[in-house]
Structure formats: C-alpha cells, structure tokens
Design a protein around this ligand. Structure first.
Ligand code: PHE
Length: 459
C-alpha cells in the first residue's frame, strides 16, 4: 500500500474500540433484527434457518466485515473513494458504486416499515390496545393508501430532520441508553411469550434444527438476511472503518458486533415465534405471514399481558429508535456519496435523498393499496425492493468486494493492516473464504435467486 493512502488513514473519529463497536452495532441493530429476522426464520424452517444463519454470520459475515472495515481503515475513505484509491481501473469505481447504490434502494422501503412502527406507536399512545390485536388490523392499515403514506412520510421526515440537523452526537448518546433498555424489554417480552400455553412448540421450532425443514431457499434467505442485518455490502462498514483508529482490534470489534447483532435477532425470534404458536397453534399460514408477522403477533401478546398499553408504547418507542438509528446511517451514507461523488453541498445532497425516499418509498407503500395490481415477478413492490437489494445486488457487491480485496488490495496488505492491532486468529479461514468459498458461494446464491424468480428453478 503506498504512503499516500496511509497518511490519509489517520482521520480517526471514533474514540476507540467501544466507539466503533457501538456505532456499528447501532447501524446493524434495527428492523432487520426485530422485524425481518423472525419472519424469515418462521417462514424458512425455524431452527435450521437459525443454524444456517449463525454459521454464515461467523464465517462469511466475519470475512466480509473484516474486508470492508480494513479497506476503510487502509484508505481512510468511503466506498467509491476507497475502491478508486485502491485501484485505478474503471471497474473498481463500478464496484464502489454498486455498494453506494444499495442503501439508496433500501432506505425508501425501510422507511415504509418505519412508518408502520410509528402507526402502531400512535395507536398504543391513544390506547387502542384491543384494536391493534384484531386479526385484520394490520391488513386494513397497509391497504388504506392515505394512512400508510402518511406514516411513511412521518418516519421519513424524522430521519431527514436528524440528517439535516446533524445531531449525530445526540443520537449516539441516546443510543447508549436506549439500546440496553431495548435489550431488557425484549428479554421481558421474550420470557412472557415463551411461557404462554402452547408456546413450547414454538421454542422448539425456532431453536431445534429440523433438517426436514431445510431447503435451498433457507440458505438463500439466510445469506440475504445476514448481509442486511450486519449492514454488509453497502459501504457502511468501509465508511465506519475509515473513522477507526489504528490501535483498534478490528477482529475483536467485528466479533463483538456479530455476537451483539445475532443476539438481538435471537431474542426477537424468541419474542415472536413462540407467541405465534401460542396464539395460532403453529398454523403454517401464520408462520408464512411474511413482513406483517411482527405487527400481527406482538399486539396480541401485549393485549394478553394485561399491561398492554404501557408495554406497547415502550416497545414501539424502542423499535422506532432502533429503526431510526439504522435509517440515519443509511441516509447519511447516501448523502455523503452525493456530496463526495457528485460535488453537491450538504443541503442539496439531503434534498436528493429526500426525493428518492419519497418517490421509491411511495411506490412500496402504495403497493398494498392503489398499486396493488402491480406484481414484479410475483412480488409486491416492497418485497421486490427487498429481494432486489438483498438477494441480487448485495451478492454482486459482496462478490466485487472479494475480487477486489484479493486482486487489487492484496491479502498481504489486508493482513498487515489487521495485524497492526489484532492477532488475526482466524486469518487462515479468512484467506480461504475471501479467495474461494465466498465468491463461489455468492455466485451460486445469485444464480439460484435469479433462476427461482424466473420460475426456472423451484426451490
Ligand atoms: N442493519 C440494519 C437492520 O438490521 C439495516 C441497515 C442496513 C442499516 C444497512 C444500515 C445499513 O435493520
């Protein structure tokens, strides 16, 4: 690595390992853990999904997180800049751009789900505990165009206000208080949900792998979820790595983020899946519910707790908070890409983010009402954006990162950078994964996603 790049790398902004771990965990822990993980686990096999997910996170996830954060620290730049700094070839820039475009496509639909959270919070605030627990409440809400659109805009506005005000410091400070409360509350709800009559079958379904539930789709979905949940393959970790000081143990920090993020996902699974069994007896159509699962089961749990309103308010405030910190990190990445690469000022860049959010987000939101006739490869619009980013674009971005790290950066340079402050205990595994297992696997996953969506492969 040449000296220019090294000098650049001294722009450390995180106070140390804790700062890095907290910021990264703040971006990682969000709706992906609480809303997305449980419905995928319910849909794709329960315990076997969990097992596949954990194995992937500790091998693949580890490899990609290490690569991204090390690239960031090495160059001191965010994605497009980091890729171009490390190689002069045009294709490198393309690799950077694919990383940068993904958050622009995720943020809009992420904000639609954020809007659902706001709506539920509002309902709990006004004491509508019984109403939200009705079977058709969720469906009624998302199919009413104006209501869904209104709450989507509320969430988008909240995100943008923070970006404009740049109160990152405040957010970080509040995170330190809110995150532990979220964990505590999740534990209470999980214990309650696990002790309902009939819940034991749900605990078993979620924790004990049953190989008869395994399908190739389990792997495809688990891989997509891993990218999403760990905020991999979208440049976030490159950017955060660029703020990391040279004495931070990258490997340890990476492991901590993976454990924390997976821990919250497991807790969310224990909150929601046993409750699904307790309230529906494990009805397969309920397990297959998809994006609505959390919004349908959690209110039922709260209603039966008797403490419904207070717990409901607290829960949705905390979920809202986790969602906001993640949305902010997504919006921030988009804005900084526009600033750095298109030479826009802060305000203009934020304006462009707002336009993208409103246009694409409205499509996703209206996909359940005014635009419900639209089906893209059989998917609703929101599901399609989710599929496009997680199952198609992220594997491409991850593939680009692997090739780039091996060919342009060089594994010895990566090792040298990591070893500045870390033992790099899993270096052997890292090298095998980044060189062969990860790129091959990612291509296989990508092809199977494409073939299955075209109806050629039935998985
Ligand atoms: N990882 C976040 C979650 O689990 C989502 C996210 C993805 C946030 C990418 C930032 C960047 O909800």
């Amino acid at each position: 690595m040449n000296d220019n790049l090294r000098e650049n790398a001294e722009r450390g902004a995180f106070s140390g390992k804790i700062g890095y771990v907290l910021a990264t965990a703040g971006s990682a822990v969000g709706l992906g853990n609480i809303w997305r993980f449980p419905y995928l686990a319910a849909r794709y096999g329960g315990g076997i999904f969990l097992l596949v997910y954990l194995v992937l996170a500790l091998t693949f996830g580890y490899t990609l997180m290490m690569s991204e954060s090390t690239m960031g620290r090495l160059t001191g730049k965010s994605p497009v800049g980091a890729f171009s700094a490390l190689s002069k070839r045009g294709i490198a820039k393309a690799g950077g751009w694919i990383n940068a475009v993904i958050p622009m496509l995720i943020l809009p639909y992420y904000s639609v789900i954020g809007g659902w959270v706001c709506k539920y919070l509002f309902e709990y605030l006004r004491g509508n505990v019984a109403g939200t627990a009705q079977d058709d409440f969720f469906g009624g809400f998302i199919t009413s165009a104006a209501d869904a659109e209104l709450w989507f805009i509320v969430f988008a506005a909240l995100t943008l206000v923070v970006i404009v005000a740049g109160v990152e410091n405040g957010v970080e400070k509040v995170s330190k208080i809110m995150m532990p409360i979220l964990v505590l509350l999740a534990m209470i709800v999980a214990v309650y949900s696990m002790t309902r009559p009939g819940a034991a079958a749900g605990i078993k379904y979620f924790l004990v792998p049953d190989f008869s539930h395994f399908s190739w789709m389990t792997v495809v979905a688990a891989l997509g979820q891993m990218f999403y949940s760990l905020s991999i393959a979208m440049g976030i970790l490159i950017t955060y790595g660029s703020y990391m000081k040279k004495d931070v143990d990258i490997e340890k920090a990476t492991h901590q983020v993976i454990f924390f993020d997976s821990g919250i996902a497991v807790l969310a699974g224990l909150m929601i899946i046993p409750a699904v069994f307790a309230f529906s007896g494990g009805d397969p159509s309920m397990l297959n519910k998809g994006p609505g699962l959390m919004f349908v089961t959690i209110p039922k749990v709260f209603e039966s707790m008797g403490l419904g309103q207070a717990v409901g308010i607290l829960f949705f405030v905390l979920v809202l908070f986790a969602a906001l910190t993640s949305a902010i990190s997504l919006a921030e990445t988009c804005a900084s890409t526009f600033q750095d690469e298109l030479g826009m000022g802060r305000t203009k860049a934020t304006g462009l983010v707002a336009i993208i959010m409103v246009v694409l987000g409205s499509l996703s939101s209206l996909g359940y009402s005014g635009l419900s006739f639209v089906r893209i490869f059989g998917m609703e619009i929101l599901d399609f954006f989710d599929f496009l980013t997680n199952s198609l674009m992220m594997p491409v971005a991850a593939f680009a990162t692997c090739i780039f790290v091996v060919k342009a950066v060089g594994l010895d340079n990566i090792s040298k950078e990591v070893k500045l402050s870390s033992k790099f205990r899993f270096e052997g595994m890292y090298r095998v994964f980044i060189r062969s297992v990860a790129p091959i696997f990612v291509v296989v996953i990508l092809l199977s996603s494409i073939l299955s969506v075209l109806g050629i492969l039935n998985i």
